[in-house]
Ligand binder design. Structure first.
Ligand code: SAH
Length: 475
């Protein structure tokens, strides 16, 4: 095969970023090279998200762009991947977007790889029917290429899915319909993947699952997230480990204790509450009350006092009154959580809420509620971040940003500092001289683990991994 070029456009969660990274490395394994320029691509893949309408609209906009490109370049091959395709939307999408050559469910590059391996005289229709839903497990096992070539020795933090799918069926959420039932990946596959990643420069591992604290509940052996965290920590090249997203009902004492006691596991929790009013929580079918959540936060803080806790909130869920919303507001104010990923309710096809609960909070009102929480969190963080002023914090440096180095503290705070020499991947101490709600600045004090040598010109490196902060706000 002649050297062909691929381009992957990714939107949505960290799971999608991991899927795009796997797909990129597998395409390279069969001879493709990455390009950032759609004009020179032979293959374009769109890895999509539909968690909210806005994300779906962006994918549709991108499809229109690709459609126009394909009119000019008929030989271009187009793959559509991710939650837009889900487990069974392909036939519908095929009618709507006939220029798409191949559809891939989330975490499953198989159909595209099969499509590319087929000879041109293969029966096209049979090929399209062959869309299966095998998991990413098989794909990773025979994969030599763990990171796309340009990302090797440049990717400091890598997302590693450990739980695929979700079986929880919260009434607002489309993910279980698109990512299929919950299944845990085997520990040996995960550890092997992480070892390969660290061999290519990765220093921080983000373990992913829709409900990451349910990891292993489908195994016969008693092996869960806590055990996996310890096994990952035993890999010498791993400097830091994080995990997301927890569900309040499954965060065990043991996981919190391992987070406290294992120095490589960062003391940072992602525990979405979604709402602080019991009727709304019941309508969402979250499976806990406001009181339960408060007890959980107290428990996390008691067992692991030095921590940060982020949460997710949906404002304007069907039927949410102003009073009910204020319960959410008051709960955040009382608990002083560290960051809120805020979303306005967006009706999603086939969910229980879409079928049974009219989307009756006006757009204007959703925006008002969003802003109120936003301002509240700004106030909380302005105050809380001052705790680090004039303190030394440890920072793992991820990238260069506007002439400064940018990294994260164990508590997942962004820190910027200046240094002339290469700092990518270094573990350093920084003395904080300025704090704001969402980032801090400081001066380099000492380098504890040296940077990763740079084999390529980093200014031209495409990013499969976007830092956590930008990921949810991008959709
Ligand atoms: N599995 C996690 C959340 C993953 S989805 C959990 O159980 O909490 C990421 C976030 O998107 C959710 O936390 C939720 O806040 C938001 N979200 C999901 N569906 C949504 C919808 N229909 N409208 C608005 N936000 C939504």
């Amino acid at each position: 095969m002649k050297l062909l070029k691929y381009n992957i456009w990714t939107i949505g969660c960290q799971m999608n970023e991991a899927d795009s990274r796997h797909l990129g490395s597998q395409l390279e394994a069969i001879g493709f090279a990455m390009t950032e320029d759609p004009e020179e691509a032979d293959l374009m893949v769109l890895n999509t998200c539909v968690v909210r309408q806005q994300a779906e609209d962006r994918a549709i906009g991108r499809l229109q762009f690709v459609s126009a490109l394909k009119k000019r370049k008929p030989e271009l091959k187009v793959g559509l991947m991710g939650c837009m395709v889900g487990m069974r939307e392909a036939p519908r999408l095929q009618k709507q977007f006939p220029f798409v050559d191949v559809f891939m469910p989330p975490s499953d590059p198989g159909p595209l790889l099969d499509f590319l391996r087929k000879t041109p005289d293969d029966d096209e229709d049979a090929r399209m029917e062959d869309i299966r839903s095998k998991t990413v497990q098989n794909a990773i096992q025979d994969e030599e290429y763990i990171l796309p070539a340009l990302s090797r020795h440049n990717t400091i933090q890598a997302n590693v899915p450990i739980v695929l799918g979700c079986s929880h069926a919260c009434t607002f959420c489309v993910i279980p319909y698109r990512r299929g039932p919950e299944r845990s990946r085997l520990p040996q596959d995960i550890l092997q993947e992480i070892k390969k990643l660290t061999a290519q420069g990765v220093r921080e591992i983000m373990l992913l699952g829709q409900i990451v604290d349910r990891y292993g509940t489908d195994f016969d052996e008693p092996y869960g997230l806590a055990e996996l965290l310890l096994d990952v920590a035993a890999i010498p090249e791993v400097l830091r480990i994080r995990y997301l997203t927890g569900h309040p009902n499954y965060m065990t004492d043991r996981i919190i204790e391992v987070t406290r006691d294992e120095p490589k596991v960062m003391p940072h929790f992602e525990l979405p509450v979604q709402a602080g009013n019991n009727k709304v929580l019941e309508d969402m079918k979250r499976g806990y009350t406001r009181e339960d959540y408060r007890v959980l936060i107290e428990r996390v803080r008691r067992i692991c006092p030095d921590n940060t806790i982020n949460t997710d909130i949906i404002v304007g869920f069907p039927g949410e009154t102003d009073e009910e919303f204020m319960d959410t507001y008051e709960l955040i104010k009382e608990l002083e959580l560290d960051k809120v990923h805020l979303a306005k309710y967006s009706e999603r096809p086939k969910t229980i809420a879409a079928r049974k609960m009219p989307d009756d909070v006006s757009h204007h009102e959703k925006e008002r509620r969003r802003l109120l929480i936003d301002e509240l969190v700004d106030d909380i963080l302005t105050r809380k971040n001052q705790r680090w002023l004039h303190q030394e914090v440890e920072v793992l440096v991820e990238s260069r940003h506007k002439g400064k180095w940018r990294g994260r503290t164990p508590h997942n705070r962004l820190v910027f500092f200046a240094a002339d020499e290469n700092m990518r991947g270094a573990l350093v101490d920084v003395k904080i001289s300025f704090t704001s709600p969402y980032s801090m600045q400081g001066e380099l004090v000492r380098v504890k683990v040296p940077a990763i040598p740079q084999p390529v010109d980093v200014s031209s490196v495409p990013m499969f991994h976007r830092p956590l902060k930008e990921t949810l706000s991008a959709v």
